[in-house]
Design a protein around this ligand. Structure first.
Ligand SMILES: Nc1ncnc2c1ncn2[C@@H]1O[C@H](COP(=O)(O)OP(=O)(O)OP(=O)(O)O)[C@@H](O)[C@H]1O
Ligand SMILES: Nc1nc2c(ncn2[C@@H]2O[C@H](COP(=O)(O)O)[C@@H](O)[C@H]2O)c(=O)[nH]1
Length: 226
């Protein structure tokens, strides 16, 4: 990634920052969990609630599921095209997950950051680690636990998008995914969708504030106290 895209301030509508005069840069916001714990569900709610947040749409060699839309849920490609993208260094990170390949295309992230957006990533622990290294540690990583492994299995079955064989493979990998939880900045349990969403949204808001630069703060305070 172009380091300038990652660290530059977004000038905001008045050229000096956001509506309050604060400069800020894009937050790289990662959600990981074992498959089926609910991160896509939380991600959808977060994107609907936060217009300044853009979604990183991954490229995958996995077959498309019923109901998925190419270009919205993923960019679905064959192995040859994925290999071409790797060879031409088009990925910020990529990994083997559940027998398929998944990668984050670099160009869309640069475009969103240049437009002043924060970026949401739904990626596994391998992707979170790679992104952390690329971004020099300036990544917010949230790990979502299911309430129990039985409930995880119920959710994977209830989603009705995968065969029994695929569900078993994902359950078999769940313990491994969970074992990486302590590499994350925040950990939440998705027992209830609404409260998990509120938790994730609170983390995003707090991290945005932490990164705010106070360039316009003095003027803002003067205007307030005039
Ligand atoms: N808190 C919850 N309570 C009950 N069901 C839930 C909850 N959160 C999500 N679900 C349901 O669980 C299923 C799996 O959720 P989702 O697809 O969001 O998981 P995921 O972590 O994104 O999975 P994957 O990694 O495979 O993409 C969906 O059918 C979703 O509606
Ligand atoms: N390292 C990456 N992991 C990714 C990426 N896109 C998705 N994922 C993760 O793969 C699994 C399976 O997803 P599914 O849609 O097949 O259920 C899940 O844990 C995702 O978070 C990526 O670009 N890089």
């Amino acid at each position: 990634m172009d380091p300038a895209a990652q660290t530059d301030s977004h000038p905001g509508p008045d050229g000096h920052g956001d509506a309050h005069g604060f400069r800020r840069r894009g937050v790289l916001f990662v959600l990981s969990s074992p498959s089926g714990a609910g991160k896509s569900t939380i991600a959808r709610k977060l994107l609907a609630a936060e217009p300044e947040l853009g979604m990183s749409v991954s490229v995958t060699t996995r077959p498309i599921r019923p109901g998925e839309v190419d270009g919205k849920d993923y960019h679905f490609v064959d192995l040859e095209e994925f290999r071409r993208m790797v060879a031409e260094d088009e990925f910020l990170e990529w990994a083997h997950v559940f027998g398929h390949r998944y990668g984050t295309p670099r160009a869309q992230i640069e475009t969103m950051l240049a437009a002043g957006k924060d970026v949401l990533f739904d990626i596994d622990w391998q992707g979170a680690q790679q992104l952390f290294q690329i971004a020099g540690g300036d990544v917010v990583r949230v790990f979502i636990f299911p309430p129990s492994m039985d409930e995880l299995r119920r959710r994977l079955s209830g989603r009705a998008t995968d065969s029994a064989e695929v569900i078993e493979a994902r359950m078999a990998r769940a313990a491994n995914e969970v074992s990486h939880w302590d590499g994350y900045d925040y950990v939440l349990v998705n027992d209830d969708v609404e409260s998990c969403f509120e938790g994730v949204r609170t983390i995003l808001c707090a991290e945005r504030l932490k990164r705010s630069r106070q360039t316009g703060l003095i003027g803002f305070i003067r205007r307030l106290t005039r």
